[in-house]
Design a protein around this ligand. Structure first.
Ligand code: AMP
Length: 215
């Protein structure tokens, strides 16, 4: 199955995409994770992306499309994939359509997770990530056993620079301006499936599965 998980920052795209990866045996492709990994490794891509990411702005479309084209050409994507955090602009959606057309493998569905702004701000402010292994926590709903220490590897938990309140507001503004218009783009193509993203992880996953017709 070739899927896009769509929604604002903090909608739970990463969490639901990982569950679909396990359930369907297809890779989760998060452009945000790829960029953060490139930064950790200090590559040219990482350096170029850093300034945009820390301001809550979008990395230029050409950079993202090149990265996605390369990733989708890898053998593990042959039987499908879940895109998470991509596409985020109309040019990215058009670029993706072109790439998939060349491959002869069009998208099957775009699942849109809807979450009100106040829930997003609450979720993102409480998000912490392990600086060593990347495991995510939420101080309210999924806290670590010990304050600021990763349960999995003992690494220190940090707040993503773009999860600070002023940057969250900017990310939401950018989302509404650049990303929300993709709703009509995919509705016109009959691919859009809207899912309520408020609730526990399993509850939302049940809705996602129903929207995709998987048991
Ligand atoms: P995310 O983890 O998906 O919230 O992405 C974190 C940051 O990476 C975003 O705020 C952007 O700066 C950048 N980014 C990730 N995916 C994209 C994309 N598809 N287009 C442009 N920028 C992106």
């Amino acid at each position: 199955m070739r899927l896009v998980l769509f929604g604002p920052p903090g909608a739970g795209k990463g969490t639901q995409a990982k569950k679909l990866q396990t359930k369907l045996g297809i890779p989760q492709i998060s452009t945000g994770d790829i960029l953060r990994e490139a930064r950790r490794q200090g590559t040219e891509l990482g350096r170029r992306a850093a300034e945009y990411m820390d301001q809550g702005e979008l990395v230029p479309d050409e950079v993202i499309l090149e990265l996605v084209r390369e990733r989708l050409s890898q053998p593990d994507c042959r039987d499908g994939f879940v895109l998470d955090g991509f596409p985020r602009t109309i040019p990215q959606a058009e670029g993706l359509e072109g790439i998939l057309e060349e491959m002869g493998r069009p998208l099957d569905r775009v699942v849109s997770l809807t979450v009100p702004d106040e829930v997003i701000v609450e979720r993102l402010s409480a998000r912490r990530v392990c600086g060593r292994c990347g495991q995510e926590y939420n101080l309210k709903t999924c806290p670590p056993r010990w304050d600021e220490v990763c349960d999995r590897c003992g690494g220190e938990l940090v707040q993503r620079p773009d999860d600070r309140p002023e940057t969250i507001r900017e990310r939401l503004r950018v989302y509404k301006e650049k990303t929300e218009p993709l709703g009509s783009f995919y509705r016109e193509r009959g691919l859009w499936a809207k899912v309520d993203g408020v609730g526990g992880v399993e509850e939302v996953f049940g809705r996602v599965r129903r929207a995709l017709g998987i048991l």
